[in-house]
Design a binder for this molecule. Sequence first.
Ligand code: ATP
Length: 240
Amino acid sequence: MLRLKNINTYYGKVHALKNVSLHLGEGEIVTLIGANGAGKTTILNTISGVTPAASGELIFEKDAIATLGVDRIVKLGISQVPEGRQVFKPLSVEDNLELGAYLRYRGREGKEAIRQDRDQVYALFPRLKERRKQQAGTMSGGEQQMLAIGRALMAKPRMLLLDEPSMGLAPLVVQEIFRVLETLRRERGTTILLVEQNAKAALRLADRGYVLETGKVILEGPASELMENADVKRAYLGKD
Ligand code: ATP
């Protein structure tokens, strides 16, 4: 469904991604693992068009998307849930969700379809429904993460890019969020690329994973194999 081939991405002179190649099949959950600064966020930002690649190929289904802008990429079906949630804090839950659908409004899609999708977000995250009139900035970290995911879903994505959804959240909330990711894959066939510091939880959820070090993919494989890999265990999984 998505293929990166020899992608190089820079921030000025910083060579953040070095010949990165990876792929995601339709309906797969794939995780990116690596230390701080390894390039995980940069991969997500390169796919979503936020930080375009300097060279290499980026193919989503049949389209070459490496040079497309963010809006075009969202329209093709890829939505990103950014690190640190970045919800619109002064706005209500409901208005945040509406903003997630802004390209659909602009494309003159019927309000009814968008309303149905909002109801589906509320079905996935009942907490958001309870708090739909609340100002987003006054909600807990977990609720804001749910809202950030809900907002991304309002664009009707076929692929979700998630950047550290578990950051700073209590284990029970993380479980709830991961359960929703599983539901999305099972019920809608959503393809998911997940960046996580919590490698253990991510590998439990994912089908496959890639390990990154200083901008390069150094290891890849089925999640079950990576979990048993001695280097991965030592560097990223810690003690049980
Ligand atoms: P973390 O887990 O800390 O978020 P990461 O694996 O997501 O790390 P990236 O954020 O992709 O890593 O960063 C990859 C490299 O690019 C790092 O060396 C980082 O310092 C550098 N970098 C990231 N963003 C910028 C920027 N806006 N300007 C300059 N360098 C950047």
